[in-house]
Design a binder for this molecule. Structure first.
Ligand SMILES: CSC[C@H]1O[C@H](OP(=O)(O)O)[C@H](O)[C@@H]1O
Length: 364
């Protein structure tokens, strides 16, 4: 499996995605501040991957904190949560993961026996939080494999599937959401060729999707972001599958910039447009896609390629890193809890209720 990120005794080790596809090098984060930098600089990226990275960052911060009392450690934890939450605004997995660790931490604080020393309480908390971060890592891999099984049967038995950006092993803990569905379909015997949008300006498709699918022996071609419409019109594409960074309660989908354009083209050509995402990407508190914060990244990402300036000094630059695809363009949303179909406000409310019931121990 591709080692996107890994908890080690020395810290959290990340495959440096800014160096792919030509170099496979690693970055070791030895503090929660290092993890925040790795997320902000997109050394690791992808909604589920940055969520688990932040969880491991919190565990690392708690493990390395110099605080000798629980009260002081709690102040550190609040600061870690703030720093990690400020790294990137769109992927809801980041905030979900930080909150899951923060809530667990305070539950652990409350349940420590009064007769323990501060040092003993802190050590027990450290162990439990580290175990939770590792559980989240394993859960992500399991969720992606389950999603893969649900989604595989929706893909053509033989044909070409277009994907945008990278929603693969490199965007998760190792199996992928959209690319996990493609992997599962290939494992189930589907004969699939993949077309990967290069996905400017960060080139997740050209650099990351192509690298990881070829790494797995899956036939992949890269196209420029302005080509898919013409290929759809020629009948070259049988399905589209993408990931997501945040899904609103009405089924609107935030994903990498360019996803919206692909969805409109797919609709026009009668091509199914699937979104694959774990339930942790669903944000029922955000009612409409237009309420999803869209990250604006640096102009440099657009003006330069491999360090070479491509635009004249003084011209304006737009660099929204995500866009919102209205639910009406989404054929189905594949999650590890099953496949959602329109009307999404109803199907998602039903799935939310099932998730809550399960969490409260009520049998399905
Ligand atoms: C499996 S979620 C991947 C999702 O995240 C990517 O954004 P970024 O590379 O900026 O983190 C993109 O939107 C992918 O679909």
């Amino acid at each position: 499996m591709i080692p996107t990120l890994e908890w080690t005794d020395q810290g959290v080790r990340f495959l440096d995605q800014t160096k792919l596809p030509l170099e496979e090098t690693y970055v070791l984060a030895t503090s929660y501040q290092d993890v925040a930098t790795v997320i902000r600089d997109m050394i690791v990226r992808g909604a589920p991957a940055i969520g688990v990275s932040a969880a491991m960052g919190m565990a690392l911060g708690i493990q390395n904190s110099p605080s000798t009392t629980v009260a002081a450690l709690s102040k550190d934890v609040d600061e870690m949560a703030k720093v990690l939450a400020a790294t990137r605004p769109t992927a809801v997995n980041l905030f979900w993961a930080i909150e899951r660790i923060r809530v667990l931490y305070y539950q652990l604080v409350d349940k420590q026996p009064a007769n323990l020393s501060e040092a003993e309480k802190i050590e027990r908390i450290r162990e439990e939080v580290r175990a939770e971060a590792l559980r989240m890592y394993d859960e992500d891999i399991e969720a992606c494999k389950t999603m893969g099984r649900f989604g595989a049967e929706l893909l053509p038995k033989e044909g070409t599937v277009l994907t945008h950006c990278n929603a693969g092993a490199l965007a998760t803990c190792g199996y992928g959401t959209a690319l996990g569905v493609i992997r599962a379909a290939v494992e189930a015997g589907h004969k699939i060729n993949v077309l990967a949008d290069e996905t400017r300006p960060y080139l997740q498709g050209a650099r990351l999707t192509a690298w990881e699918l070829l790494h797995d022996g899956i036939q992949t071609s890269v196209l420029c972001d302005n080509m898919s419409g013409a290929l759809m019109r020629k009948g070259r594409i049988q399905a589209v599958i993408v990931g997501s960074d945040r899904i609103a309660a009405n089924g609107d989908v935030a994903n990498k910039i360019g996803t919206y354009s692909v969805s409109v083209l797919a609709k026009e050509h009668g091509i199914p447009f699937y979104v694959a995402a774990p339930w942790s990407t669903v944000d029922m508190a955000t009612k409409h896609g237009d309420d999803i914060p869209i990250e604006e990244r640096s102009a440099y990402e657009v003006t330069h390629s491999n360090g070479k300036q491509m635009t004249p000094d003084g011209c304006g630059i737009e660099n929204p890193a995500f866009d919102v695809t209205p639910a009406k363009y989404v054929t189905a949303i594949i999650t590890e809890r099953g496949v959602l179909y329109p009307p999404y406000d109803e199907s998602m409310r039903a799935m939310e209720a099932a998730v809550k019931a399960e969490a409260n121990g009520v049998p399905a």
